[in-house]
Design a protein around this ligand. Structure first.
Ligand code: GPP
Ligand code: MG
Ligand code: MG
Ligand code: MG
Length: 348
């Protein structure tokens, strides 16, 4: 039976079962002399940070691989596609654990950010490094003999580099003493979110499925382009939800206004504001004080940013649908459509 995500509940259960297998292999990694304490630490850290999200990225690898093959997968193929899916969830856990420190965030997935858990603190930095190191270990355990092994390693390395570069430009626009709203623009926003979000969240799952299907990634540049555009739309939604989403639903409390982020909302606000409203923006954006944040939020309501977002959302949907329909390969069309269906008008 297909659930709202278009993934069968059976497949979701199989995917979750693979997490236990991978975790157990990592907790018995022969390259380290485990003790009771170290094993307990890593197990708790993994359970806290890896499986608790929407799992969209991970499940998409299985979905996409199935649509590319055009027939049911063998048990072995489901296991392998799930393992790659989990590698992306591990990558995501590594990014989120460290991003929450950099963004000074409070909560994630409805619980305190890992670094805010008592006795964790800055050990979370090393946990992030461990999460990142688990990925090539999982790949080595299950893909070493595959003809596409080198391409997989290269793919994860490229995408991690792109994400860290995007994160770098996300962060350096907020440097204390250099805060300047007039440098914020739609092209700068696009550059940040393309790199920090789109490659790892949208291109990576499909690229993993393409490699499993024996494809050469160089032949799929147009699929990549559509996925990048979808990823940009996804991060605009994330920026919108940071301010207008319900923390109970999105599982996190927004920090973009306090952090002086180059969010889609502030870029759009700069476009819509009159001179007086711009003064409010320049005076109160990027301050910790709740009364400054409240002034920015009131201004966002006054200029109907929600309406501007809804317009952006339907225009993006139309554009993406048109690009998907222009794609010659039916299997890939189905992959892209399934992705778009999962995120259109998301509330979390
Ligand atoms: C999302 O930004 C981007 C990431 C989580 C990538 C982080 C990359 C690193 C190399 C650490 P965000 O801060 O808007 O996400 P969220 O709203 O979930 O905190
Ligand atoms: Mg961030
Ligand atoms: Mg963040
Ligand atoms: Mg965000």
């Amino acid at each position: 039976m297909a659930n709202l995500n278009g993934t069968t509940s059976d497949l979701r259960a199989k995917f979750l079962a693979v997490y236990d297998v991978l975790k157990s292999e990592l907790l018995n990694d022969p390259a380290f002399e485990w003790t009771e304490g170290s094993r307990q630490w890593v197990e708790r850290m993994l359970d806290y940070n890896v499986p608790g999200g929407k799992l969209n990225r991970g499940l998409s690898v299985i979905d996409s691989y199935m649509l590319l093959k055009g027939k049911d997968l063998t048990e072995d193929e489901v296991f392998l596609a799930s393992s790659l899916g989990w590698c992306i969830e591990w990558l995501q856990a590594y990014f989120l654990v460290t991003d929450d420190i950099m963004d000074n965030s409070q909560t994630r997935r409805g619980q305190p950010c890992w670094y805010r858990v008592p006795k964790v603190g800055m050990i979370a930095v090393n946990d992030g490094i461990l999460l990142r190191n688990h990925i090539p270990r999982i790949l080595k355990n299950h893909f070493r003999e595959k003809p596409y092994y080198v391409d997989l390693l290269d793919l994860f390395n490229e995408v991690e580099f792109q994400t860290a570069s995007g994160q770098m430009i996300d962060l350096i626009t907020t440097i204390e003493g250099e805060k300047d709203l007039s440098k914020y623009s739609l092209p700068l926003h696009r550059r940040i979110v393309q790199y920090k979000t789109a490659y790892y969240s949208f291109y990576l799952p499909v690229a993993c499925a393409l490699l499993m299907a024996g494809e050469n990634l160089d032949n799929h540049v147009n699929v990549k382009d559509v996925l990048i555009d979808m990823g940009i739309y996804f991060q605009v939604q994330d920026d919108y939800l940071d301010c207008f989403g319900e923390p109970e639903k999105i599982g996190k409390i927004g920090t973009d206004i306090e952090d002086f982020k180059c969010s889609w909302l502030v870029v759009k606000a700069l476009e819509l504001c009159n001179e007086d409203q711009k003064k409010i923006l320049f005076e109160h954006y990027g301050k910790e004080n709740p009364s400054d944040v409240a002034k920015i939020k009131a201004l966002y309501h006054e200029i109907n940013l929600q309406g501007a977002f809804e317009e952006y959302e339907s225009k993006s949907y139309e554009k993406l649908t048109t690009s998907i329909q222009a794609h010659p390969n039916k299997g890939l069309q189905a992959v892209l459509k399934s992705f778009l269906g999962k995120i259109y008008k998301r509330q979390k």
